[in-house]
Design a protein around this ligand. Structure first.
Ligand code: PMP
Length: 443
C-alpha cells in the first residue's frame, strides 16, 4: 500500500471538504464558529459529558446537542432503545406502537394536555402550533417577543424593527413583507406593551407565543408572573397562549415551564429531550384544540417521517429518564454542583463574569450590570469577552456553544468530577486572559 492511501485526512482537510460540500461548511449556521472567530470543531464521538474531536482531544461538552440530551451523549438506555427499534423498521408511514406510548408518556407529564401530534423538529412544531392557532381563531396576527427564538419557519424569522415595537421587519432574506405584517413583536417582560397590543389589535390576535424560559439570546429569566400575565391577556382577547417548550420541556420540571410557573397554556410545543437526540418535535394540548388538526379538523398538517419509530423509541427512553425522580434529582444536584464550582472562579475573574443558572440551563454572563432580561443588554464588550473566553476554554478543553446567544446545558452525566474539571479549566482560561486590558470595563 502506498503511504498516501493509509494517511487519514487532517482536520483542516475535513474542514476544507466541508466548506466545498456544505454551505459555510455546516448544516446549521452556529456550528461554523464564525461568531467566535474560530475554526469549527468537528465531532468524532461523544459519551456522557464528554465529546472528542477528530484528533482525539476530549472536551467537557456543554453544547449537549443544544439541549436535546438529558442523560448526556450516547446514554446506554437510548442507544439500546435505538438498537432494538431500528431492525424492526426505520420508518413505516403507518401508526406504530412507539408513538402511542410516547404520546401517553407526554400526556402523563402534561396533565392539561389530551393529544399530541408528532413532527420532526422544533421548527415544525412551532409552525404547526401557529397554523393551528390561526385556524382555530380565524385570525392572522401573532405576538411574540424580541429575543425569543422559535425555529426558522418564515413567519418566525421576523424581528423587532427600530422605534416602535409594533413595527417588525424580516430577520432573513427570503421572508416576504406580507408575513411580517402578521407579526407583532414586544419587548420581553413588558406586560404593558402586550396590554397595549391586546387593547388595540386584540381582535386580530391568533396567538401570543413565548418561550417557557427565554434561552435563545442568552438566558433571559423573567419575573415569575410574566407568563401568568400573558395567560390572562391571551384569554382576555380570545387568542391562544402558545408556550414554546422546545428547550424547557422535560428540563425545567417534568411538565416543563407550564408546571414550574403553574400556568396552563392552550398549546405547547416540544422537541429536543422529547427525542433524546433523534429528530423530533411535537405539539400538545387539549382535544378541543388538537382535534382541529387533519384528519379530524380543517387545519392541515402531515409528515413522511412524523412519529418515526426509531425516534419514538429514543424519545421513550429519554422522556422516561426525564420523568424519573431519581434522574431528576441527579440533574438538579449536577446543576447546583456546577454552579457552586464556577461561582468562586467567576468571582476572581479579571472582568465581570456571572454564572447564571435556571435549573440545568446556564449562561456565563460576561457583563458588568445586572443579569439581563432583554437581548439589547448584550453589547460589544460582552461579545468580545465571550469570544476570548470561548477560545481559551476550548484550549483548556471545555466546549461552550460558539455564540454568546446560546446557553449551556447540564446533563445527568455532568457529575461532581466534571464540575471540578470545568472549574479548573475556567480558572486556566481566565488566567490566560488576565493581562488582556481590552476586556476590562470601560472607565
Ligand atoms: N423553539 C425553541 C425555543 C428553540 O430553542 C428551538 C431550537 N433551538 C426551536 C424552537 C427550533 O427547534 P429545531 O431546531 O428543532 O427546529
Amino acid at each position: 500500500m502506498s503511504p498516501s492511501s493509509t494517511t487519514q485526512p487532517t482536520t483542516q482537510q475535513w474542514i476544507e471538504r466541508a466548506r466545498r460540500a456544505l454551505p459555510g461548511g455546516v448544516s446549521s449556521p452556529v456550528r461554523s464558529f464564525r461568531s467566535v472567530g474560530e475554526e469549527p470543531l468537528l465531532a468524532a464521538k461523544a459519551r456522557g459529558a464528554h465529546l472528542f474531536d477528530l484528533e482525539g482531544r476530549r472536551y467537557v461538552d456543554y453544547v449537549q446537542s443544544f439541549g436535546a440530551l438529558f442523560g448526556g451523549h450516547a446514554d446506554p438506555r437510548i442507544v439500546e432503545a435505538i438498537q432494538d427499534a431500528a431492525p424492526l423498521g426505520t420508518s413505516f408511514g403507518l401508526t406504530s406502537r412507539g408513538e402511542i406510548e410516547l404520546a401517553e408518556a407526554v400526556l402523563s407529564a402534561l396533565p392539561w394536555c389530551e393529544r399530541v401530534r408528532f413532527v420532526s423538529s422544533g421548527t415544525e412544531a412551532v409552525m404547526t402550533a401557529i397554523r393551528l392557532a390561526r385556524g382555530i381563531t380565524g385570525r392572522a396576527l401573532v405576538l411574540r417577543f424580541d429575543g425569543c427564538y422559535h425555529g426558522h419557519s418564515d413567519s418566525m424569522l421576523v424581528k423587532a424593527g427600530s422605534g416602535a415595537h409594533a413595527i417588525a421587519g424580516a430577520s432573513s432574506a427570503g421572508v416576504p413583507d406580507s408575513l411580517v405584517a402578521d407579526t407583532v413583536i414586544a419587548p420581553l417582560g413588558d406586560v404593558e406593551a402586550v396590554e397595549q397590543v391586546v387593547k388595540t389589535r386584540g381582535r386580530e390576535l391568533a396567538a401570543i407565543l413565548v418561550e417557557g424560559v427565554p434561552a435563545n439570546s442568552g438566558l433571559l429569566v423573567q419575573d415569575e408572573g410574566f407568563v401568568t400575565a400573558l395567560r390572562e391577556l391571551a384569554s382576555r382577547c380570545g387568542a391562544l397562549l402558545v408556550l414554546d417548550e422546545v428547550i424547557t420541556g422535560f428540563r425545567v420540571a417534568p411538565g416543563g415551564a407550564s408546571e414550574r410557573f403553574d400556568v396552563t397554556p392552550d398549546v405547547v410545543t416540544l422537541g429536543k429531550i422529547l427525542g433524546g437526540g433523534m429528530p423530533i418535535g411535537a405539539v400538545a394540548g387539549p382535544a378541543r384544540f388538537l382535534d382541529r388538526l387533519a384528519p379530524l379538523g380543517p387545519v392541515y398538517q402531515a409528515g413522511t417521517l412524523s412519529g418515526n419509530p426509531v425516534a419514538m423509541a429514543a424519545g421513550l427512553a429519554s422522556v422516561g429518564m426525564a420523568l424519573d425522580p431519581i434522574e431528576r434529582a441527579r440533574l438538579d444536584a449536577n446543576a447546583h454542583g456546577l454552579e457552586a464550582a464556577l461561582a468562586p472562579v467567576c468571582a476572581r475573574a479579571p472582568f465581570s463574569l456571572k454564572p447564571l443558572f435556571f435549573g440545568s440551563l446556564f449562561w456565563l454572563w460576561p457583563g458588568d450590570g445586572a443579569p439581563p432580561r432583554r437581548p439589547d443588554s448584550i453589547g460589544a464588550i460582552e461579545k468580545l469577552r465571550f469570544q476570548r473566553l470561548h477560545a481559551r476554554l476550548r484550549a483548556h478543553r471545555v466546549l461552550l456553544a460558539p455564540s454568546l446567544y446560546e446557553v449551556g446545558f447540564v446533563s445527568t452525566a455532568h457529575d461532581a468530577a466534571v464540575a471540578a474539571e470545568t472549574a479548573t479549566a475556567l480558572q486556566g482560561a481566565l488566567d490566560d486572559l488576565a493581562a488582556d486590558e481590552s476586556l476590562r470595563a470601560a472607565g
